[in-house]
Design a protein around this ligand. Structure first.
Ligand SMILES: C[S@@+](CC[C@H](N)C(=O)[O-])C[C@H]1O[C@@H](n2cnc3c(N)ncnc32)[C@H](O)[C@@H]1O
Length: 213
């Protein structure tokens, strides 16, 4: 956080710069660029989203928090994995992405098994220790990471787990630093792997645990 940025949230870049255009398409999706970015993400990142659901080994009845789902391609699989009796909450700060996810997942929302709402890794709106698993795909580079890791640990139940994956080329830091930051926030049992892929390059993959029993 800085005196010029009291909320601690990253300022949006002006959309007329190249950096701003990428930010408007993929970082903080908004406007026409955000709509196009959402369609690109839905096409390219579906398998990574589904990998996160599989790796979390979700069980019927569990309560899952998905941070930064973007257009929501992974949400139906997460919802299906926790039925019967489970529920998924998805938080994303982009209204453009929330609209896309709500359109894509209208049936799950109508059934009461999914809620899509405003939020972020640093402000989930969940109560302490109420979540069995957290999923994060391609958004950790956008967080205020110390605050995000602390918040996600707070909402996980003791022994709960988090699965995080991100394209290596967008991460912007060495993957090992994520391990240092997560353990610094209190996570335990952190595993880090790199999965090679032909088209998108390596994916950073992490499994992290709340250290409680
Ligand atoms: C590159 S997109 C990834 C979307 C989707 N998970 C995927 O892999 O296709 C990044 C998403 O993270 C969201 N986001 C931005 N800042 C965030 C934060 N601090 N916490 C959680 N999500 C954030 C953006 O609004 C956007 O929907």
């Amino acid at each position: 956080m800085s005196p010029g940025n009291p909320s601690g949230r990253r300022p949006a870049h002006p959309p007329e710069t190249a950096h701003g255009l990428l930010d408007a398409a993929f970082g903080r999706p908004r406007g026409p660029a955000g709509t196009v970015g959402g369609a690109v993400m839905a096409r390219l990142n579906g398998s990574q989203e589904r990998w996160a659901v599989d790796r979390a080994a979700l069980c019927p009845g569990e309560r899952v928090l998905v941070v930064g789902p973007g257009p929501g391609v992974g949400l139906p699989a997460a919802v299906a994995a926790v039925q019967p009796g489970g529920r998924v909450i998805a938080v994303d700060p982009s209204a453009t992405m929330r609209r896309a996810a709500i359109r894509r997942c209208a049936a799950q929302i109508a059934a009461g098994t999914l809620e899509v709402r405003d939020g972020a890794a640093e402000r989930t709106g969940c109560a302490d220790a109420t979540v069995d698993a957290v999923l994060s795909v391609n958004n950790v580079m956008l967080w205020d990471r110390p605050a995000g890791f602390r918040e996600l640990l707070r909402v996980l139940r003791p022994g709960g787990r988090m699965v995080l994956t991100v394209h290596r080329h967008v991460l912007g830091i060495r993957p090992e630093r994520l391990v240092t930051e997560a353990t610094g926030a209190g996570f335990g049992g952190v595993e880090l792997t790199l999965r090679e892929r032909r088209v998108l390059g390596p994916a950073v993959q992490m499994l992290l645990h709340h250290p409680g029993n």
